[in-house]
Design a protein around this ligand. Structure first.
Ligand SMILES: Cc1cc2nc3c(=O)[nH]c(=O)nc-3n(C[C@H](O)[C@H](O)[C@H](O)COP(=O)(O)O)c2cc1C
Length: 264
């Protein structure tokens, strides 16, 4: 089967996953089309892919899992024996069951996963962890991953016999309960609405950006990053605690890991 187009389906509130997926995609000799699911859509788009597409899925790891919001989007995404590869970025702690969950869930929906990559990146909650990653070496690994995937595509015509092994366990880890919710500082917020426009979960009201709906907020920190007035932040006591906890368990020198059929 000749592959005609590369489709990039990703969720990347703070941009690290996007950087890795774009670098991987550059190594393909195929035209690519992007579906950025970090832009809030009230109505989840229906995306159907064919056997002659190749889909790269990209997610950040949340609590060692696939973000719940990405899973909601996945409900409306289907393949038809479509070959695919996975990218997960994580904040230098662990990615635990995220790749396994993403593989199982995409394969249930008609995709055949032929490669997977876990890439350490800046921690979106505590940005001094993994600061400035993905860096040069990470991007080189992403580019080489793309070269290998492209080679697979050129060499193989039938992926039905592929059975890629990726790390992870079932039952999957439980989602964390102590989510950190950014709040607006009323004295700094100018109600410009920039945070409401970029919130991937549609949790901030455009008419009153000082208000966040905690039932919808996924704690991704995009509003904290985006606010020019620095009006959005997490309670400093909670942030101190998170920083102390994460500093103990994260390792800034973690390396990208690539899993391909017949290679680990
Ligand atoms: C709610 C939440 C949970 C997270 N859970 C993990 C985790 O379990 N392991 C880890 O190493 N990093 C974790 N991170 C960090 C992100 O996975 C990491 O920063 C990722 O690269 C962000 O991708 P993005 O820039 O594309 O949004 C978490 C971040 C958030 C906001």
């Amino acid at each position: 089967m000749k592959t005609n187009e590369l489709k990039l389906v990703y969720f990347s509130p703070t941009g690290s996953t996007r950087k890795i997926i774009m670098e991987t995609a550059r190594s393909f000799d195929l035209k690519s089309v992007s579906f950025d699911l970090s832009v809030y859509k009230e109505k989840k788009p229906v995306l159907k892919f064919d056997a002659n597409d190749f889909v790269l899925f990209g997610i950040p790891v949340y609590y060692g899992r696939v973000p719940a919001l990405f899973m909601d989007y996945l409900e409306n995404i289907s393949g038809n024996g479509t070959p695919a590869a996975l990218i997960a970025t994580y904040g230098c702690r662990q990615y635990e069951d995220a790749l396994l969950e993403l593989k199982n869930e995409t394969e249930k929906r008609g995709f055949k996963v032929i490669g997977a990559g876990a890439f350490p990146a800046e921690h979106s909650i505590v940005p001094f962890i993994g600061a400035r990653r993905p860096g040069k070496t990470d991007l080189k690994a992403a580019s080489e991953y793309g070269i290998e995937l492209n080679r697979h595509l050129r060499r193989e015509s039938d992926f039905s016999g592929f059975n890629l092994l990726v790390p992870g366990n079932t039952p999957y880890r439980k989602y964390g309960k102590n989510m950190l919710f950014p709040k607006a500082d009323n004295s700094l917020c100018t109600e410009c609405g920039a945070c409401a426009k970029v919130c991937p979960a549609g949790a901030i009201s455009l008419s009153n950006p000082k208000k966040t709906d905690h039932k919808k907020c996924i704690g991704c920190m995009k509003c904290v990053r985006m606010c020019r007035q620095k009006a959005k932040s997490v309670n400093s006591l909670k942030m101190d605690l998170a920083e102390r906890k994460l500093t103990k368990v994260c390792q800034n020198d973690r390396e990208p890991e690539i899993f391909l059929e017949g290679k680990s």
